[in-house]
Design a protein around this ligand. Structure first.
Ligand code: XMP
Length: 542
């Protein structure tokens, strides 16, 4: 059965993934495609709705991203947002011009004509003259929106009517009911437009007529069915890192094909404290999942390779290459497999420039370079369509422990990028122990706060860990002089991990952490808190 979907045509705006997210929150499946996608391909996709995103260009300029008129003649409802709205008008005979001033920020929007798009929206009474609001709710015609544009629609295209405006923007929204075309100048996808989600709901569910049956349990169920059909009695190999994505992929594959799945988990000795055992507890023979689990304890091997290496990039390279060596050896023991599974998720696909139009940020490979080293016929990526929080939801649905599902990001090279200078088994022990104490105290304080206040504390970091510096300094313990290492504590708030700020963790929590680390971790006599934001710092130390 064909899955009901809405597509987002990406014109290079910054909120494009967010648009797709919001549509999915309405229980409608949504995919992002480049504006360069051929019209035939779009017809083939058979979407129930098409959303045109914002973008940085001016649609009237030579060479600006555009789409042919045909798009608006398919009989499929089209919703243009910001640049998408301007483009719709431009292509269909309206006029777009540069405004005197940029309209930016939270703005009052007046809804002045009944529209399915604004069904049930209009937060507050307002006294606007000349309103033609023919709904029976005369007092409901004002709401807030997030504006960010220089260009504006100065003339709507033939067939359209204006349905909303702001003080500075004569066409905040317009519609052509007969052709089912809708244009919104502001950004309903961002939270600054408080009722934006309802507008998108109105569009996908009411205007496009989507049934809204995209749910995580149905995703899990249909994925299991698809995997079974595809794999048949074939063999599948998966590199399990213990991270969220590969763990959820493992859970899904295990439910679908059981022992036809082999997971190789390489313990490179640079995992967090007890992490290897925790992964084994979930996926190993004593866990709840039916699969072949191979744990390779490669600690010694890694430490040997890393011995004497000081340069951060060399460390990263060695850790990455060694992973491929170890995995290759294991794969050879297993022999040819039919499929290599990967935990690629939707943002990886989009970031690699395969989905939408946003610039290629970095090419992603969850298991960097593995395909070249394994004898297999095809790659399967069961999470390719999911956003991170959907992956987490799927994980919970599959019965993975919450600790694993909600764990914070952990870099592939692990503690290798959190130990300055040479990596040794003893330094790994120090940073593991200090990090475990730090996470324990932060988690406890956050939990206590939540119990009292019913929400996470303001200071709750998105990523927090301990790193080992190469500084040794003099201290005194009991009556003894010490000459030991300094631990650095890092905690950052970030949305996208591209920029970050240090968190304002309460001083008494930090003091407790300091005191415990110095008392409990042999080899440490000083604790620093890292205040550096990113940029200029990075989140990891190396
Ligand atoms: P930086 O240090 O670049 O980190 O500010 C940004 C985010 O990326 C994570 N990170 C990595 N993740 N492999 C990964 O899978 C890596 O080599 C790697 N390096 C950094 C880091 O933990 C942070 O969340």
């Amino acid at each position: 059965m064909e899955r009901e979907k809405v597509i987002v045509l990406d014109f290079g705006g910054q909120y494009n993934q967010l648009v797709a997210r919001r549509v999915r929150e309405c229980n409608v499946y949504c995919e992002i495609y480049s504006y360069k996608t051929d019209i035939e391909k779009i017809k083939q996709l058979n979407p129930k709705g098409i959303i045109l995103t914002g973008g940085p260009n001016s649609c009237y300029e030579e060479g600006a991203p555009t789409y042919s008129r045909q798009l608006f003649e398919l009989g499929i409802p089209v919703l243009g947002l910001c640049y998408g709205a301007q483009l719709m008008m431009h292509v269909l005979g309206g006029k777009v011009e540069r405004a005197q001033n940029r309209e930016y920020g939270k703005t009052k929007v007046f809804i002045n004509r009944k529209s399915g798009l604004f069904h049930g929206i209009g937060d507050k009474c307002s006294d606007i003259e000349g309103i033609i609001y023919d709904d029976h709710r005369h007092d409901d015609h004002e709401t807030l929106c997030w504006m960010s544009h220089f260009d504006y629609i100065s003339k709507i295209a033939p067939g359209f009517e204006i349905i909303a405006h702001t003080a500075d923007c004569p066409v905040a929204a317009a519609q052509d009911l007969s052709r089912k075309l809708y244009a919104i100048q502001f950004h309903p996808e961002v939270l600054h437009t408080p009722r934006g989600k309802d507008m998108l709901y109105n569009y996908v569910r009411n205007i496009c007529g989507c049934a809204g049956d995209w749910r995580m349990d149905s995703f899990v169920e249909s994925s299991i069915k698809n995997i079974r059909e595809k794999v048949g009695d074939g063999k599948v190999l998966l590199a399990l890192s213990g991270g969220v994505d590969s763990s959820v992929a493992a859970g899904l594959l295990s439910k679908a094909i059981g022992k036809q799945l082999t997971c190789v988990f390489v313990d490179h000795g640079l995992l967090r404290k007890n992490e290897g055992d925790e992964v084994e507890a979930v996926f190993g023979p004593k866990g709840d999942f039916d699969l072949n689990f191979i744990r390779v304890n490669a600690q010694e091997r890694y430490y040997k390779k890393l011995s004497g290496v000081l340069d951060p990039e060399s460390k990263r390279k060695i850790i990455g290459e060694e992973f491929i060596r170890v995995f290759e050896e294991e794969a050879k023991k297993i022999g040819a497999v039919d499929y290599l599974a990967q935990g690629t998720i939707y943002p990886d696909v989009v970031e690699s420039g395969l989905g939408g139009e946003s610039a290629v940020i970095k090419s992603h490979h969850n298991v960097g370079g593995l395909p070249d080293f394994v004898d297999f016929k095809e790659i399967i990526e069961p999470l390719r369509d999911l956003f991170k929080d959907e992956v987490r939801q799927a994980g919970l649905e599959l019965g993975l422990p919450e600790r694993l599902v909600f764990r914070q990001p952990f870099p592939g090279p692990g503690l290798g990028v959190r130990i300055a200078d040479e990596i040794t088994a003893d330094k790994v022990r120090i940073v593991q122990d200090a990090d475990a104490i730090y996470r324990d105290e932060v988690d406890t304080a956050a939990k206590e706060y939540k119990t009292t206040n019913g929400k996470d504390p303001e200071w709750m970091p998105n990523q927090y860990f301990a790193a080992l510096t190469n500084m040794r300094s003099v201290g005194v313990m009991g009556d003894e002089r010490t000459f030991d290492y300094a631990i650095a504590l890092r905690a950052v708030k970030t949305v996208d991990f591209m920029t970050a700020e240090a968190c304002d963790i309460p001083f008494e929590v930090l003091q407790r952490v300091m005191s415990r680390i110095i008392n409990e971790v042999r080899g440490v006599n000083r604790v620093f808190y890292d205040l550096t934001s990113k940029p200029p710092g990075t989140i990891e130390f190396l």
